[in-house]
Ligand binder design. Structure first.
Ligand code: FUC
Length: 761
């Protein structure tokens, strides 16, 4: 298996560096030799504070906007919408860099040889090594979740040969940096009016070297090994942020590098090793080519299992590094950002991007990394109640297409095709239901998932409006972020009842009913849902055989648009499956049309396409798109690019690769549903299926060899099998009874038991 991204030269720029993170504290390591810069991030350093951006004039104009849209007067509707529903101020403020540590070595360090830098995905550790004359210098850097510090450990292979100076900066928004004792620097900063204030502390330790300060530099002389302990704390997390950062550094220093490293690896492995995918290749030795060469080979048409394993493992690594319990969810760049004006504010874009960040979580046994998103959804749901009242005069809760750490739920921006989309919270709420489906956790269902779904469902019952042809539709809304040519030849984005909205609402109602079965709620919401559901427009097939993007047949302005919104029902939704054959075929046509017109041009869009083809059970096309992503949408570091760097494609492609090997959204489990021919042999461990199952299996020569299923919730298993089954044993050696129903293998399970399936060879 491939776990190492490595190179034999330093990163040319930030996007070629190695990201490290503990969910909250991140760094980008470039591995430069003479002058090293370590870019720092902390998840809560956002500019400005929480604001009430709701447009006070929204409600007065809501009905007029709807009427204009029904009449086809798009331009007027858009103009009115922009000024009355558009937020005040229009944009949310950005996620910002934390600053950087600059290290200055002697000129001699320019003449290095034997250079190597690597990111070990199995241990979450970055290493840099190089040689100058007969001395080998090494650096190791990690971000520890347990100790909440970043630690950088430097060594020279001969005694007392390591000397450098270093400081902390945040150009051009420097705060105040000063030495607070002979081994410690403190930087304090503020991120705008009412924004968070934060402090970064760096402490240097060496057994034999001299450490002193000069100005606001740390000076390290003639050491054999040096360790830097780095902590950042912000007022978002604690009032006493300076004290807290100092304490964290002091505790880390007392513990020492080796112990921190050992505990860090243990903590990380506990998560990372929960699942694995190995694509076995007996002809190639893995790990011998640096990653840039692997990418070049792939671009030149050489298929590579090593690169596929790396992008899969990197996705899991990035999730663990950017989303840990108690913290904030992973934003557009995870937690890694070096710009003060990052693309799209490096925000939470919740019309696909934030959702995509978490598609890999449950199935890869990393449900625990999904937690920050759940905390965020609950806050968004709370804020969204005010938004529902203020903007729409409705009960329940709503959020639009972007958000920030304050869980802002108002529309964001002025571009016609995105802000006025009342579906962000609804889509996110489905993540909570998915968590329940994967775990069977009833307490979570009752206490966390149901309350959110209830608010969301309540909103749509109150909000949907009857169209002239008698359907209940959303609006004003958009089909993210596409535009259409109306029946009167006008171009518009704002519309009533785009297909995606209706698909999301149906999925929310389905989830609500799923919860309802488990919960004894006295209200009459279920009856209202059933009444409303009947009047939602159906998913329709258009004149090209495609899934219609709007509830009326309209031409897309950009037929190759990166958002493939009407296929929400195929993925991540579950309304389009092989059981709805017409729609299943329609989804394929939609996809083919998008691709024929240049679709998939951003990393995340390509990643979504992988997932779509996996759901269409088309392994060859899914694989083709994995290759396209690797060829066109990653930097040599394997960071996904929109461009620029945007992390969703990393997470989405990891999820897509998993989806090619196992699926469970149809009420049964499929093993190898979309495995391309070239992945002829492999092994999967620890993937999770809905219903509360953890599954291992092997395959070779087109045959599934062994399947082992652990039952975590005691549910009935339904499994689609093509091989001929020999027997099923449980882990106590008993033969297990099973039967076949509608082509599915069915058997009962007990909580905690493991079931081994063997096949007739
Ligand atoms: C959505 C997408 C863009 C980009 C942005 C962050 O608006 O349409 O492509 O990913 O989010």
């Amino acid at each position: 298996m491939s776990y190492r991204i490595w190179f034999n030269k330093p990163a040319g720029e930030w996007e070629e560096g190695f990201p490290i993170g503990n969910g909250r504290l991140g760094a980008m390591v470039l591995g430069s030799v003479e002058e090293e810069v370590i870019y720092l991030n902390e998840e809560s350093i956002w500019y400005g504070g929480s604001k009430d951006r709701h447009n006070p004039d929204a409600l007065v104009h809501l009905q007029s906007i709807r009427a204009l849209l029904f009449e086809g007067r798009i331009e007027e509707a858009q103009r009115l919408c922009k000024i009355s529903l558009g937020s005040t101020p229009q944009y949310i403020n950005p996620y910002l860099p934390g600053g950087y540590i600059a290290m200055f070595f002697s000129k001699e360090h320019d003449n290095y040889t034997h250079y190597e830098r690597s990111l070990d995905l199995k241990e979450a550790l970055v290493k840099v090594a190089y040689q100058i004359k007969d001395i080998t210098y090494t650096r190791e850097i990690l971000s520890s979740f347990k100790d909440q510090v970043i630690v950088l450990h430097l060594t020279g292979s001969k005694t007392k040969r390591l000397s450098f100076t270093m400081n902390i900066n945040r150009r051009p928004y420097d705060g105040e940096t000063k030495a607070i004792d002979s081994k410690t620097l403190l930087m304090t900063c503020e991120a705008g009016k009412e924004g968070v204030a934060f402090a970064t502390v760096v402490n240097a330790q060496s057994v034999d070297g001299r450490i002193s300060t000069c100005g606001n530099y740390l000076v390290i002389e003639e050491a054999t090994a040096v360790t830097l302990y780095i902590a950042t704390q912000t007022t978002y997390h604690t009032k006493n942020y300076i004290r807290e950062a100092l304490d964290q550094v002091n505790k880390a220093r007392d513990k020492g590098y080796e112990k921190i490293k050992q505990e860090h690896i243990q903590d990380y492995k506990e998560l990372f090793d929960r699942s694995s995918i190995a694509l076995i290749d007996s002809t190639e030795k893995k790990g011998i080519h640096p990653t840039n060469e692997l990418i070049n080979r792939c671009r030149a048409g050489k298929e590579d299992k090593e690169l596929v394993e790396l992008i899969y493992n990197f996705g899991k690594y990035l999730l663990i590094a950017s989303s840990r319990v108690g913290g904030l969810p992973s934003n557009l760049q995870g937690i890694w950002n070096m710009s003060y004006t990052p693309a799209w504010e490096s925000n939470y874009t919740i019309n696909i991007n934030t959702q995509m960040n978490y598609w890999l979580a449950e199935v890869n046994n990393l449900g625990v990394c999904h937690e920050p998103l759940f905390d965020f959804i609950e806050r968004l749901c709370e804020n969204g109640k005010y938004t529902a009242q203020t903007l729409y005069g409705c009960k329940g809760s709503v959020a639009h297409h972007v958000s920030n750490i304050w869980a802002d739920s108002a529309p964001g921006g002025i571009y016609e095709a995105s802000p006025y989309w009342p579906m962000g919270l609804a889509w996110l709420s489905l993540h909570m239901y998915e968590h329940y489906l994967y775990t069977g956790d009833n307490v979570f269902l009752k206490e966390r998932c149901y309350p959110v779904l209830k608010e969301v469902a309540t909103f749509y019952i109150d909000y949907l409006v009857e169209s002239p042809d008698g359907y209940l539709v959303t609006g004003p809304s958009v089909s993210p972020e596409n535009s259409y040519i109306s029946e009167y030849g006008k171009i518009g984005a704002l519309c009533m009842g785009p297909t995606m909205d209706i698909e999301i609402i149906r999925e929310v109602f389905k989830a609500f009913k799923g919860c309802y079965q488990e919960i004894n709620d006295q209200g009459n919401l279920l009856e209202q849902i059933e009444r409303v559901e009947k009047k939602l427009p159906p998913i329709q097939i258009g004149k090209h055989g495609q899934i219609m993007e709007w509830y009326k047949e309209l031409e897309e302005v950009e037929p190759g648009h990166r958002h493939i919104s009407p296929l929400f029902a195929l993925h991540p939704g579950s309304q389009i499956t092989q059981a709805t054959l017409n729609l299943f075929k329609g989804a394929e046509v939609t996809l083919e049309r998008r691709l024929a017109e240049g679709g998939g041009h951003t990393g995340w869009s390509r990643a979504w396409i992988i997932n779509f083809y996996a759901r269409l059970l088309n392994g060859e096309k899914a694989y083709l798109n994995v290759l396209e992503l690797l060829k066109k949408s990653v930097r040599i570091s394997l960071l996904d690019i929109h461009p620029p760097f945007q992390i969703d494609g990393n997470f989405g492609s990891c999820a897509g690769i998993t989806e090619m090997l196992m699926q469970s959204h149809e009420g049964f489990i499929r093993i190898l549903p979309a495995c391309p021919k070239v992945w002829d042999k492999g092994e999967v461990r620890g993937l999770c299926a809905r219903g509360g199952f953890v599954i291992d299996f092997k395959w070779g020569e087109g045959q599934i060899r062994d399947i082992s299923i652990q039952s975590c919730a005691g549910n009935l298993i339904r499994l689609k099998l093509d091989n001929e089954l020999s027997k099923i044993n449980d882990n106590q050696g008993n033969l297990v009874k099973y039967h076949f129903k509608e082509n599915l293998l069915v058997f009962s399970t007990e909580i905690g038991m493991v079931y081994e399936l063997t096949f007739i060879k």
